[in-house]
Structure formats: C-alpha cells, structure tokens
Design a binder for this molecule. Structure first.
Ligand code: FES
Length: 161
C-alpha cells in the first residue's frame, strides 16, 4: 500500500530537514543522523523524502533503503493513529496469542507491519509486555487488554474507530 506524501502540509518539516542536512552532510555518519531526523520529523521515512536525502547527500537510494530496513527504529510506512501491539511472548503465545493476532488482522484487513489506508490503525507483534499474568495481551497505544479471546477483539477495536 502506497501512502502519498503531503508536501504542502509538511512544508515546515521539509525545511527543517534541509537545514539539518546542510549542517550535517559533511560529517561522518551523516546518513544515519539525517534518517533519524527525518523519522522524528515525519514519523516514518516517506519514499519522497528518501529520494530527497539521496540527492542531497549523494547516496544511492538503495543504500538508504538498506539502512532504513536494517534498523528497526526506522519505518518505511506511517504508523497508525492507534498502534496495536499484540504480544507474542511465550506466556501469551501458549495462551493463544496467534489467534488473537489473526483476528486483529482479519478484522482490520491488514497484516503485521502494515497500516490501514485511513492511517487509523497499525499492527505490530511485540515481545513480552511484562503483563504475562494477563496473557494473552494486546496493547493499543497506552491501553492494555488481557485474558483475551478472539471474540473480544472486534469490540475492543470498535472503541477506537
Ligand atoms: S508474554 Fe505476553 S505479556 Fe509477557
């Protein structure tokens, strides 16, 4: 799924990034520093911005893509307004976390690592959230939901729609 970058709405942030690139492009490790700045400014690394960085720093797009996909800190797609984390830690897994995840994916029509086209929800699989007593657990932004059954998922998601 392609998310189009809104240049107009992000005008100020783009300016900020350009200044940052200008100040840092001759320094060692400039690429990582610039990608961090872009990730912080936009919440992800839009392809349009990757191309701009590529031209400005004279680094091939393929190298940017390589770095962006290597470090989990970087994201190539925008995260949703509501970030759903389904715990796949051991305690949750043995209590049926996979079924919970399947149900979340099916209900939203996206898979782990994706964001709904309206940018409302994104799903990730997480490690232990430290609430094993409540397994299986899922988290939506700061809210924790535990002792889940697949049948609970729809009602929980409806609260955020
Ligand atoms: S394994 Fe899921 S909260 Fe610990």
């Amino acid at each position: 799924m392609e998310f189009e970058f809104d240049w107009e709405a992000n005008e100020e942030k783009v300016k900020e990034l350009k200044i940052f690139m200008e100040e840092n492009k001759r320094k060692k490790g400039a690429l990582i520093a610039v990608l961090h700045e872009a990730q912080d400014l936009f919440g992800y690394l839009p392809i349009e911005i990757q191309k701009m960085i590529s031209e400005e720093l004279k680094v091939p797009l393929s190298e940017i893509y390589g770095v962006a996909t290597f470090y989990s800190h970087f994201s190539l797609i925008p995260k949703g307004e509501y970030k759903i984390g389904v715990c796949l830690g051991t305690a949750c897994y043995v209590k049926g976390a996979q079924e919970i995840l399947d149900k979340v994916e099916k209900t939203l029509g996206i898979t782990v690592g994706q964001t709904t086209p309206d940018r409302k929800f994104s799903i990730s699989a997480t490690r232990c959230l430290g609430a094993c007593g409540l397994a299986p657990v899922l988290m939506i932004n700061g809210d924790v939901y535990g002792r889940l059954k697949p049948g609970d998922v729809e009602e929980i998601l409806n609260k955020y729609r």
